[in-house]
Every structure is written in C-alpha cells, then in structure tokens.
Design a protein around this ligand. Structure first.
Ligand SMILES: Cc1cc2nc3c(=O)[nH]c(=O)nc-3n(C[C@H](O)[C@H](O)[C@H](O)COP(=O)(O)OP(=O)(O)OC[C@H]3O[C@@H](n4cnc5c(N)ncnc54)[C@H](O)[C@@H]3O)c2cc1C
Length: 446
C-alpha cells in the first residue's frame, strides 16, 4: 500500500532496510516495522498523510530525533507510518522585547538554546540529550533535565503551540505573552502528549535573562545516604540549586573504572554535583553560608575553578546514560519521582524490595534513574514484577512512575494498571475528542 503513495513536499521511505532503524529509540523497546517513513518538508505532506490515514485506517507515529526513552516514537503495530520531522526546515525567530522565541518542531534543541543566548537570554530546559534531541520531541515529552530542579519542566517555558490536528488543519494555541487567560490552556494539553493528540509543528518559548554566574560544586561523600536529606534541607533554607545531580556508589565505580578521563578523577564513595546560578553565588558570603548549612558532609567539597572544569564535570554527567547503555545494552532505565522530603524512605524501600539496580540522576527534584543493568538476562515475568514493585513504591510515597521520559510503549501496561481509572477515562475521552479517528500514535500511553 505504502509504495503507491505520492506525498507533496516529502520524501517517503519504504525499503525495509531503511525502515529498520525506525523500530528503535534510546529505550530498551523494539517496535514493529512501519509501513513507511515519511519525511515531510512542509504542512502539505502532513495534511495529505492525515487524509490518507483516515481513509485507509493506518496510524501516524511522530518522530523527532529518536532519543526518547519510552518507545514513544516507534510503531506499536505494523499498520503505522512514521513521520520523521528531521527534514523540515524552519527558522528560529527571536523576540527579545517579548522575551520569547519561535522555532519549528524540527529545530535541534541545542540550536534553540544557542539562539536565545546570542541575545543574553536563556531557555532553561536541558534534558541531558540536549545536544542531540529535537525541540518537537522535548515538547511532546515535556522534557526535564538537571535544571528542572530550579526552572521546572519544558511546559513551564511554552507560551504557544502550533499543531496540526485530526481535522487536517493547523491551529495555534496561546499567544506570545505569559498572560493569556481566555479559557483553559489547550496548548498545554499537547505538551507531554507524546504524539497521541496530533502533530506539533512548532512553538513560541518563554525566555529569561541568561545567568551570568555559576558555582559548580563536587560533593563527594563517604556514606551516600548522607546526601539524601540535602535537597530538602537546601530548598527549605533558601538555597535553591539550578541542578543537584548524584551518582550512587555503583554508578560512580563504573564511571571511574571504565569512563572517560574526566570520570576517572571523580572523588568519593558517592558523589553529588550541585550548581547554583543566582547572582552572587560565587561570592565568599554565599559559599560560606552554604558550607555552614551543609555542615560536616561538605568536608571534601570541591569548587570548579573555571569554565573548563565546569564543562568537564557536566560532560561526565551528560554521558552517563549513554555510557551505561553501551556497557549494558539491554539495561532498563526508569525515571520515577518521589518528593524531595521522601528520598530516604524511597531508598529504604528499594533496599527492602531487593531489586538489583543502580541509581543516579536528578536528586534535587526527587527524579531518580533506577537502572536494572541485568534486565536483558532476567526472566521477563520477574522483571515485570520488579518494575511494578518499583512503581508502586514511588506511588506509595506520593510520587509517580515517570518524571520526564513519559509513558510511550514501555510503561503503558504499568500506567494503565496503576493509575486512577477516572484519570484514564478522562484521558481516553480527550483522545476521542481530539483524535476521533484514532490515527495519532496508536497504542501509546492509554
Ligand atoms: C543520553 C540521554 C539523556 C537523556 N536525558 C534526558 C533528561 O535529562 N531529561 C529528559 O526529559 N529526557 C532525557 N532523555 C530522553 C529524550 O532525549 C527526551 O525525551 C527528548 O525530549 C526526546 O526528543 P526527541 O526529539 O529525540 O524525541 P523522539 O524520541 O523522537 O520522540 C519522543 C516522543 O515525542 C513524540 N514526538 C516527537 N516529535 C513530535 C512532534 N513533532 N509532534 C508530536 N509528537 C512528537 C514521539 O511520537 C514520541 O512519543 C535522554 C535521552 C538520552 C539518550
């Protein structure tokens, strides 16, 4: 069927060899082979795809850069066409007066961040994949990252969204201002929707002045449990880091033994990376206050003395996920969240469950990457049970089963099993209202 299509302003791939890579993203999930992959260069191709999908009854699976970690951009079944936005050219337009910029979904996130900084402005969302992911993927997953600890998630930085919906038309939700209250914010429904409500074509993003100072600290500890109260203590005392990341002893040991040069020099039994970007955060008054607050745990604190050292520390943190995946290709990486105040209870619970795992991640906001490195060798039923136990633990502490990666294919069954049925019903009603033909990313999330 796919071979007979002609799409305006698009490339269509149907050769099975060319389709094969589209079965994967950066999660452990393998999807089905799509009918075809379309690479639109403009809206005419999308409109035609929507018409064809409705007429012929196949699904449309949006794909950005394919760095997702939930199997969201891979086909759930064989009656799907992947829509790869990477060939869509578009301009990033900056409006310093309005403190915003507009960009197409295909824009690499690194270009969006760089464009803002040319005018001394800052777009904070910084998933650790920010050098490789596309803006559209970050909008559709409501991406987080280290900075979420202070600046929040992607959705907090979106003023308006352009989307092509099931009616085949392009709609703009929102305006270029933080003040817009004419009814509920429909654009926010598309942020984090993982492609199930329609195609995101672009967005207008809120910006803030670029921080001019950074204090980047390495906090090595002998007993990693000593780190667990710190995020809550800092937040409650008015010291809000722009990032508070951590490696447990097992992850740190792997990095030190097999990682790049910078990783081999990392100190401690376990390690936290703290960064502050408030004005005055490099002053001795600020740092002395911080040391007093941290107390004896800060005995071996190191401060990055220049931009090169800071870049080296962040390079190690940002490569941790890919590094572990290279060493353990079949690992399963989760991204549960618990409130900062319940971190200690979470780790006590994880120990009781005896799930063989290592953990690193965004300690500052309670978003932890629990990695089951041996998942590939585990009995699938046992693995599923362990993941359900992990999610139940997070939920029992007032947390959630995903802080940033989303549900996609990988967590769909668990999401359906563990969520409030009323919530699932409401989501399905929204799906029916926005996508009555059920063409957008079928088999995902709900
Ligand atoms: C090394 C590494 C580190 C990472 N660190 C983080 C992190 O710190 N924080 C974080 O949040 N994530 C992180 N991720 C996960 C991932 O990079 C993010 O989720 C990112 O936002 C995905 O962007 P993408 O362009 O690759 O999207 P894809 O993987 O292509 O797609 C992701 C989802 O968005 C949908 N989608 C994509 N484009 C569109 C569109 N135009 N319209 C509608 N739906 C669309 C897809 O259907 C899919 O459901 C990391 C991944 C890697 C590999």
């Amino acid at each position: 069927m796919a071979r007979s299509w002609t799409l305006p302003d698009a490339t269509v791939l149907t050769d099975p060899e060319a389709l094969e890579p589209y079965r994967r993203d950066e999660s452990h999930v393998q999807g089905e082979l799509p009918l075809a992959v379309a690479l639109p260069r403009g809206p005419a191709a999308l409109k035609e795809l929507v018409r064809l999908a409705k007429a012929e009854g196949f699904g449309l699976v949006p794909r950005g850069a394919g760095t997702g970690k939930a199997g969201g951009c891979v086909p759930a079944d064989r009656r799907a066409v992947v829509v790869d936005f990477s060939a869509w050219r578009g301009e990033i337009r900056l409006s310093p007066q309005d403190l915003c910029l507009s960009a197409p979904a295909s824009a690499p996130l690194r270009e969006v961040k760089a464009a803002a900084s040319t005018e001394g402005l800052f777009y904070p969302p910084d998933p650790n994949s920010w050098e490789s992911c596309a803006l559209g993927g970050t909008l559709a997953t409501n991406a987080g990252g280290p900075n979420a600890c202070k600046y929040g998630m992607t959705r907090h930085w979106v003023l308006s969204v352009d989307a092509l919906l099931e009616d085949g038309e392009i709609h703009t939700f929102g305006i270029s201002s933080v003040k817009a209250n004419a009814g509920p914010a429909l654009g926010q429904l598309l942020i984090g929707s993982e492609g199930i409500f329609g195609f995101i074509l672009g967005a207008t993003l809120r910006l803030t002045p670029l921080p001019r100072e950074h204090a980047t600290l390495l906090l090595p500890v002998a007993r990693w449990e000593d780190l667990l109260d710190l995020p809550g203590r800092l937040a409650a005392s008015g010291y809000l880091p722009s990032a508070f990341e951590f490696f447990d002893p097992a992850v740190l040991a792997e990095l030190r033994a097999h990682g790049p040069e910078e990783a081999r020099r990392l100190p401690g039994e376990a390690l936290a990376i703290l960064e502050f970007d408030d004005r005055g955060c490099t002053s001795s008054a600020f740092l002395e206050g911080l040391m007093d607050l941290l107390g004896p745990v800060a005995e071996h604190l190191e401060i990055a003395s220049d931009a090169r050292q800071r870049a080296g520390i962040w390079a190690v943190r940002r490569m941790t996920s890919s590094f572990l995946k290279e060493r353990h290709p079949k690992k399963v990486s989760e991204d549960i969240v618990v409130p900062r105040s319940r971190l200690r209870e979470f780790f006590a619970g994880l120990e009781r469950l005896a799930i063989p795992s290592v953990t690193y991640g965004h300690l500052g906001d309670g978003n932890l990457h629990v990695n089951l490195l041996g998942a590939g060798e585990a009995d699938p039923a046992k693995l599923e049970g362990q993941l359900l136990d992990l999610f139940r633990l997070a939920l029992s502490l007032g947390g959630t089963l995903s802080g940033e990666h989303g549900i996609g294919l990988s967590k769909r069954d668990a999401f359906l099993a563990l969520s409030d049925p009323g919530q699932i019903q409401a989501l399905r009603a929204l799906k029916r209202a926005l996508d009555p033909s059920g063409i957008f990313n079928p088999g995902k999330v709900i």
